[in-house]
Design a protein around this ligand. Structure first.
Ligand code: PEP
Length: 258
């Protein structure tokens, strides 16, 4: 039997100055052992802005009941003449253990094409970071019945050209339908679960060991819908935006998973 880690990850986006970020991290860290209730197969993580990483880091760690520290993005290259970019070695030095890559907000507004996402993935893995790779269709693509082909093509673009030495054993996939992000409209448990099954089948078919891979769902996850999403099967946790800015909501989602 396969035991995949269940992840509950908070994506704080462009929110919180350093002091409130430190306070939120402290509240999450303080409440996490209680929210987990001794369950060890569930892990939490938080992704503040780059500038808050050093204030948040003391409240994070690799222990089972500590939140892990994530970055919201990473440069496609290690260092050099790339104004405004932050590379994987810089993130590791700031105690970051994993990066979110390919978030739909970056794809839609900051030019993160499939090609750039693939280069960021290779850069992160080569630089020793774990990765949460985000994929998801837009509303018109779902309405046209193209949701599975869109998501599989995003996955394939990111993973197909990875050099063999970067076999993506440290990649979790987050399925985030764009129409469910920040909209209050969650995918139904059946929609999420059936997409996850399709992703896992594709990973298996391509030799990426789908059974070992944590597949997260994201899109308006709250304490009130987390339990039914997890019960649908094939969903190994969540990437949480809005609800992760409130420690009680975030920790309640952790409790649903534990
Ligand atoms: C996200 O942006 O990753 C996300 C899931 O946001 P929200 O929970 O606010 O829909």
């Amino acid at each position: 039997t396969v035991t995949r880690t269940i992840w509950v990850l908070g994506n704080w986006k462009q929110n919180l100055l350093r002091e409130p970020a430190a306070q939120l991290a402290e509240a999450v860290a303080a409440g996490l052992p209680g929210a987990l209730g001794g369950v060890t197969g569930v892990r939490a993580g938080i992704a503040p802005t780059y500038l808050a990483l050093d204030r948040v880091a003391p409240h994070t760690g690799d222990g089972v009941a500590a939140p892990r520290l994530l970055a919201q993005d990473v440069a496609a290259q290690d260092s050099g003449a790339f104004t405004g970019e932050v590379g994987p070695a810089m993130l590791r030095e700031a105690h970051v253990s994993a990066a979110i890559i390919g978030h739909s907000e970056r794809r839609a507004q900051f030019g993160d094409t499939d090609e750039l996402v693939a280069r960021k993935l290779a850069s992160a893995l080569a630089g020793g970071l774990d990765v949460v790779l985000c994929v998801g269709e837009r509303l018109e693509q779902r309405d046209a019945g193209e949701h599975e082909s869109v998501v599989i093509s995003q996955l394939s673009a990111a993973l197909a050209k990875l050099p063999p030495e970067l076999e993506p054993s440290r990649v979790a996939v987050a399925y985030e339908p764009v129409w469910a992000i920040g909209t209050g409209r969650t995918a139904t448990p059946e929609q999420a679960s059936s997409m996850h099954a399709a992703i896992r089948a594709w990973l298996d078919a391509e030799g990426h060991r789908g059974a070992d891979r944590s597949l997260l769902y994201g899109g308006s996850v709250k304490p009130t819908n987390a339990t039914e999403l997890l019960a649908a099967g094939d969903i190994d946790g969540f990437l949480v935006g809005g609800a992760s800015l409130d420690p009680r909501s975030f920790l309640d989602i952790v409790t649903c998973a534990a």
